[in-house]
Design a protein around this ligand. Structure first.
Ligand code: TYD
Length: 220
């Protein structure tokens, strides 16, 4: 693994990661509220996006008119949006001493495009190290959930209650989600100091308690 600069100056940089449907967004909000209740300045950002340039890139990545987009192209777009977010939002907030919570960061690219999408992992690491000036999170919380359960949660939110893995397309989708889950766990095993695995198959307040327990020592 490449050597990362740890977190940068003054503030605290936390990221939330995990497969789709693991509940990152809810946990990011709960963590933000808890920290604010202690009087901390908190910047919550969501990838890709969070800057004018990043929002345009987000639109491009989510646009169904470009199914021909290659995985390498995705790597570059996600990393480009991240480069902008680091300079415009994350570094200035850390310099002010704020807590920054990012809903996804470079681990998502390493897993979705690298380990699950089968693009060159070392290249993705180099690109991201360069794009962010080597800004690594102090701590990353990996919300871990079985692929089937994550997919069900995502579909449930859209009102679609079919079981996961029915037809061929769904099976492909499920296989990809399984690779994503495995990929995140693999990454966590390589970087045990930075990445905390949090079981996410329980009620949101209980998952939050597990995260909070690990945040407290970082605030001192
Ligand atoms: P996100 O907005 O976090 O969606 P959700 O809240 O539903 O999980 O992420 C959107 C999708 O983008 C998600 O499937 C993961 C994917 N993604 C990548 O493939 N690579 C990346 O680098 C990032 C940041 C996200």
């Amino acid at each position: 693994m490449i050597k990362h600069e740890q977190g940068g100056p003054a503030g605290l940089f936390l990221t939330l990661e995990g497969p789709d449907g693991a509940g990152k967004t809810t946990q990011a909000r709960l963590l933000q509220e808890r920290l604010q209740a202690l009087g901390k300045e908190v910047l919550l950002v969501r990838e890709p996006g969070g800057t004018a340039v990043g929002e345009i890139i987000r639109g491009l990545l989510l646009d169904p008119r470009y199914p021909e987009m290659t995985v390498a192209c995705e790597v570059l777009l996600y990393s480009a949006a991240r480069a902008q977010l680091v300079v415009e939002q994350i570094r200035p907030a850390l310099a002010r001493g704020a807590v920054v919570i990012s809903d996804r960061y470079w681990d998502s690219t390493l897993v979705y495009q690298g380990l699950a999408g089968r693009e060159d992992l070392a290249m993705i690491q180099s690109i991201n190290f360069w794009a962010t000036g080597g800004l690594a999170p102090h701590r990353t919380f990996l919300l871990d959930l079985e692929a089937e359960k994550g997919l069900l949660r995502v579909r449930g939110a859209k009102g679609d209650l079919r079981p996961a893995g029915g037809d061929r397309i769904e099976q492909r989708e499920l296989d990809f989600h399984r690779r994503v889950r495995r990929g995140f766990l693999e990454l966590a095993s390589w970087e045990q100091k930075r990445i905390c695995v949090i079981p996410a198959d329980k009620a949101a307040p209980l998952v939050h308690d597990c995260i909070w327990e690990k945040v407290i020592p970082l605030l001192q």
